[in-house]
Design a protein around this ligand. Structure first.
Ligand SMILES: Cc1c[n+]2nc(N)[nH]c2nc1OC(C)C
Length: 322
């Protein structure tokens, strides 16, 4: 009956909204107990009207059956790796080459924390998450859709209406430090093997055949770019695209900043290096990317990595603590 369908749709919209506030904006508006009541009401209505269940319903995050094997996903746009810089001089050299090729005095970059997780590609068609894949070798990766759907900070449906018909979002899936410690504590209590570091724990949690295992692991995603885009033009700068992704309900790191010129780039790096131990997740450096897409076109790529971006790594953790 129409009012059941209306109530189901209303509950879905409300639950998706509260999911977004809690997991993407980290600023819930209602107490957990109220959220649980909404979810239970939707689950009860869907149990009574199974024909009304849709894959993008918030009740459908955890698939019932494990997959037999990981499908292979061919990335229509290769997922590139990054060149590394290990010193300020190497960053200065990167900036000089960029300025020289662009023939411009000062270049605007976007500086982003480089999370120590694993790269992920998520494809949204008509606003629905239809596929998620690991980077693999950059050309093809593993289909981990069933597991990515269980990550609360990943929307099953985009918000608003002005998103492209097909939008591939790229980001990093990671395990926050606190979740990692708790997971290893549980492993110790059960006499299970512990994970060596949050990156391995995230990789191991994502590459499960049974989504119920992944659903029980504390994973999160920060989006940092796009791949395939069809159906409408996006902004002409990387920072503009990241704002659009946030507008559509995708989670983007609040640490991301626009910086102009080498001096501001290095100030950002030093500031983040000082805060590294306090961040709730592990990072292994900072990524600087030329902000204007037209300038990226001019710069292009070398064999395996773009000329328009570079990762500036921190010294390995143990050296820092010595
Ligand atoms: C591999 C990679 C990793 N990360 N991490 C961030 N924050 N941005 C980013 N961009 C990447 O690659 C693009 C520059 C192509």
């Amino acid at each position: 009956s129409p009012n059941v369908e209306q109530r189901i749709q209303q509950l879905r919209d409300e639950i998706n909204h509260h999911n977004y506030l809690y997991y993407v904006e980290d600023s819930p508006e209602i107490p957990d107990v109220e959220y649980d009541r909404l979810l239970r009401e939707l689950q009860a209505l869907e149990a009574k009207h199974p024909a009304l269940v849709t894959p993008d319903s918030p009740t459908q995050r955890v698939g019932a059956e494990p997959v037999k094997a990981f499908g292979e996903v061919k990335h229509q746009i290769p997922m590139l790796s990054l060149d590394n810089a290990f010193s300020d001089d190497e960053v200065a050299e990167f900036d000089r080459r960029v300025r020289e090729r662009l023939g411009s005095e000062r270049v605007e970059y976007v500086a982003e924390p480089k999370l120590d997780g694993l790269a992920l590609s998520m494809l949204y068609e008509d606003g629905r998450l239809v596929q998620a894949a690991t980077r693999g070798d950059g050309v093809s990766g593993e289909d981990v859709t069933h597991n990515v759907r269980t990550i609360a900070s990943v929307p099953l449906r985009l918000m608003g209406k002005d998103y492209p018909a097909r939008l591939e979002v790229r980001g990093e899936v990671y395990m926050p430090k606190q979740g990692f410690e708790a997971l290893n504590q549980r492993a110790r209590d059960k006499g299970d093997k512990e994970f060596v570091n949050p990156r391995n724990a995230a990789a191991g949690s994502l590459r499960q055949l049974d989504p119920r295992i992944t659903a029980a692991r504390p994973l999160a995603v920060y989006c940092y770019g796009v791949g395939l885009v069809e159906g409408r033009e996006l902004a002409s700068t990387h920072s503009g695209i990241l704002e659009q992704l946030q507008h559509w309900g995708l989670r983007v790191s609040p640490e991301i900043k626009r910086v102009i010129g080498l001096d501001q780039v290095l100030v950002y790096y030093e500031a983040l290096a000082r805060r590294r131990a306090e961040l709730p997740y592990e990072i292994d450096g900072v990524v600087y990317k030329v902000n204007r897409l037209d300038q990226r076109e001019v710069l292009g790529f070398v064999a395996r990595a773009p000329r328009w971006a570079i990762a500036h790594k921190f010294p390995a953790q143990e050296e820092m603590t010595r």
